[in-house]
Design a protein around this ligand. Structure first.
Ligand SMILES: [Zn+2]
Length: 494
């Protein structure tokens, strides 16, 4: 009887394959097995909860060589929402993600990729491997886009397309442990995103070992050494819709069992690291904020242990050391955009302040460029200064602040009451000579002009102009610089 049940369960896993699978478990090509201590709850304790980790994140959007394809319109809006998802799901574990930008890989060859040898069955061999795409972005491009100082997230059309059933695909792939991951474009803003990043931080699937002789047991007796090696995720198989109630409880109508024949009673159908085919029980919210899906504290501890062990690695093993950043970086804008250099204008936008110089030959000009400071999604922010007062922005806000020659106070309340400052773009001074003007001379103020002289550039910028004027008369002198500053004064010459 037990044998029959196992066969049924296996068939069921085949059936679920016709839907989008979450991801194959992808060993790092430079894989170095983490010390076994990292896998034993009895040896290591997680780092103090107050220890914070920050990772840079760089996105690469793959498009057809001519820029077309299903990802044609993907850009900052999509990747910024990905940053929102990552932060709102990992910040509670003191893991933070700093957005540092995206770029586009225009090469039709990499629109569809394979995960790795031994991944999903019947992969289309015409498609390059994930690792080949990563390598291309490192060394194959004229201007390589791979960022060694960031986690690299690739967005492609599809992964692991089955030659037998074209609807059988994988939604994501990741190095475990590592800093690289790839996503089918239509799975980027789903539970697949935290799932793959969980792999980057060395999490296994909750059903790891399912169907093997050394599976994790329902009684929990080997949860430290089998399955996903996380004690607070129950022993699990790959749950399908057959096993999940509409309210996201776990059902087991066929009495599926572990490898000792014990019937599963509690599969983590909401867990990010389960493969519940993206069903309604394992979702981020419709607004990309936390929804049903979750990590357990045990999984969070595992991720933090993994990060802690390699965050400051002298050899940059798994790429963590170079991809990390400082907490302070979170307060900084991800981009400082010169307003004048935007696509709608070719001239730099400056606020200018003019002061006539002492020799009357021109004006001293303070040029204060206007910049836009761009702050990422994913945090609640408080911005303040005397110009804007106090502005509260939420995790879903993309805040752009135009600023010149002043500072804005930046707080991220989640990180405490600390205040950082951004902005303070340097102004610079320049000199503009007068280039034209005129002099109106009159015997008394209010009387008709008796003499009118236009000034060319030489006369307008002549420091001795005053000496050449008629004595015992009033003179209204008007001078103008090239950029339009007008200086007018009325004098009486004795
Ligand atoms: Zn996975």
């Amino acid at each position: 009887m037990k044998k029959i049940i196992l066969i049924f369960a296996f068939l069921n896993s085949i059936l679920t394959f016709s839907q989008i699978l979450d991801c194959p478990d992808y060993p790092n090509p430079d894989f170095v097995q983490p010390p076994s201590a990292l896998y034993s709850r009895s040896v290591l304790a997680p780092p103090p909860e107050s220890t914070k980790y920050v990772f840079n994140v760089k996105f690469h959007i793959v498009k057809n060589t001519n820029g077309t394809g299903v990802t044609a319109n993907y850009g900052e809006n999509e990747v910024m929402n990905a940053i929102l998802i990552l932060n709102t799901h990992f910040n509670k574990y003191n893991i933070f993600f700093k957005y540092i930008g995206f770029d586009v890989i225009k090469n039709s060859l990499y629109m569809k990729i394979r995960s790795f040898n031994g991944g999903a069955q019947n992969q289309n061999a015409a498609h390059p491997f994930f690792s080949e795409m990563v390598q291309y972005s490192k060394t194959g491009m004229t201007n390589p886009v791979y960022d060694y100082n960031a986690m690299n997230l690739y967005i492609v059309e599809a992964i692991d397309i089955s030659t037998v059933n074209s609807s059988a695909q994988t939604s994501g792939v990741a190095n475990r442990p590592g800093i690289n991951s790839a996503f089918a474009y239509n799975r980027l803003l789903t539970a697949t995103l935290p799932h793959e990043i969980g792999h980057n931080f060395n999490l296994l699937h909750t059903h790891q070992g399912y169907g093997t002789a050394n599976c994790e047991l329902v009684d929990g007796s080997n949860s430290d050494t089998a399955g996903d090696l996380v004690t607070d995720t129950p022993a699990s198989h790959i749950p399908s819709s057959l096993f999940v109630s509409p309210t996201c409880g776990y059902l087991n109508p066929i009495n599926a069992t572990d490898c000792m024949g014990t019937v599963y009673v509690n599969c983590p159908v909401k867990n990010f690291m389960s493969t519940n085919t993206g069903g309604p029980c394992r979702q981020i919210g419709a607004d990309l904020l936390p929804g049903n899906a979750e990590f357990t504290q045990g999984q969070a501890n595992r991720m933090r242990e993994q990060i802690e062990a390699y965050y400051n690695s002298p050899t940059n093993i798994y790429g963590y050391r170079n991809a990390k950043n400082e907490i302070e970086s979170l307060y900084e804008p991800f981009a400082v955009v010169d307003v004048g250099s935007s696509s709608t204008s070719n001239t730099t936008a400056y606020s200018k302040t003019y002061t006539p110089n002492e020799t009357n030959t021109g004006a001293n000009v303070w040029n204060c460029p206007t910049y836009t400071l761009r702050f990422q999604k994913g945090f609640n922010w408080i911005f303040s200064n005397s110009t804007i007062g106090t502005l509260n922005k939420t995790v879903t806000d993309q805040y752009n602040y135009s600023i010149n020659n002043h500072l804005v106070n930046v707080q991220i309340p989640y990180l405490g009451s600390e205040v950082h400052q951004a902005g303070g773009i340097e102004c610079f001074s320049s000199f503009e000579p007068y280039i034209k003007g005129d002099v109106k001379s009159l015997p008394n103020l209010g009387s008709p002009v008796i003499m009118y002289e236009t000034l060319d550039q030489i006369k307008a910028s002549d420091p001795n102009l005053f000496e050449q004027l008629q004595s015992q008369e009033y003179h209204i002198i008007t001078k103008e610089t090239e950029s339009g500053f007008v200086n007018q004064k009325t004098i009486f010459k004795n």
